[in-house]
Design a binder for this molecule. Structure first.
Ligand SMILES: Nc1ncnc2c1ncn2[C@@H]1O[C@H](COP(=O)(O)OP(=O)(O)OP(=O)(O)O)[C@@H](O)[C@H]1O
Length: 230
């Protein structure tokens, strides 16, 4: 369970902020973090990962500070956390030395599945290939919490629905996922819950099953959230 209480995060350089009074992400939930450009999606994921200081508030993972839970977490971002001069195989060895649960065999299987060259330097990879590599690393870590920042940004390299299927097939089903994306149509069928941010504030927090019962689409909720007064 991820819990945020009275979280206040600011960027002095831009006056941007993220303010979340209370938010609980339950174990096993697949959550879409949605919102327009600059609404605070990446900031929320980074805050959960403990990247940068909070001005106020507290974030815990299963009741403990995130820095005590790194082994159980994977942050998958387009920027990547890999070392560009390593090959995927060397990168896996590096990760295995940090993450005791890292499964090298599974990682190799994922490389094959994603058709990634295991002996080329990561810096020679395309954007889409780098994202695939990061997803493979995150899944092979056997992390309980996967935070994916725009994992489908390389959509020109491989089709979004295929990448989604591939990613989902690599999961054990018990992981908690937070996925930021602008692709609400693709995501609507895989997420349990959507959190919609607007200018650093949560504007809507909905369960997809409830939406279906109400006969509403995620696009409609996004539209409502945007048109609410600031
Ligand atoms: N390092 C930083 N320094 C100053 N301001 C920042 C920094 N990082 C982000 N911001 C600002 O914080 C706000 C939220 O940014 P964030 O990257 O979290 O948005 P986002 O919802 O992920 O956007 P996008 O969909 O464009 O990726 C924006 O106004 C952005 O300009």
């Amino acid at each position: 369970m991820i819990e945020l209480k009275y979280v206040d995060k600011r960027y002095p350089a831009s006056n941007a902020f993220l303010f979340i009074n209370s938010l609980t992400i339950n174990k096993g939930e697949i959550v879409g973090v949605l919102g327009e450009n600059g609404s605070g999606k990446t900031t929320l994921l980074k805050a959960i990962m403990g990247i940068g200081e909070l001005r106020n508030g507290e974030i815990t993972i299963d009741g403990r500070p995130v820095k005590e839970q790194y082994e159980r977490m994977a942050f998958i971002t387009e920027e990547g956390s890999f070392l560009p001069d390593l090959t995927p195989v060397k990168y896996a060895q590096f990760l295995a030395s940090f993450y005791p649960r890292f499964d090298q065999e599974y990682f190799k299987k994922l490389l094959k599945l994603y058709e990634l060259p295991s002996d080329s330097k990561i810096k020679t990879f395309s954007k889409g290939q780098k994202i695939k590599l990061e997803i493979s690393a995150g899944l092979a870590k056997q992390a309980d919490y996967l935070l994916l920042d725009e994992p489908f940004a390389g959509k020109d390299i491989f089709s979004r629905s295929d990448s989604l299927k591939l990613m989902m097939s690599g999961l054990s089903g018990t992981e908690t996922l937070l996925i930021t994306t602008h692709l609400i149509d693709e995501i609507e069928n895989i997420i349990d819950r959507a959190i919609i941010l607007h200018k650093g504030i949560i504007r809507a927090d909905v369960y997809i099953d409830d939406l279906r019962e109400e006969g509403k689409s995620l696009a409609e909720v996004m539209h409502e959230a945007r048109s609410k007064r600031s």
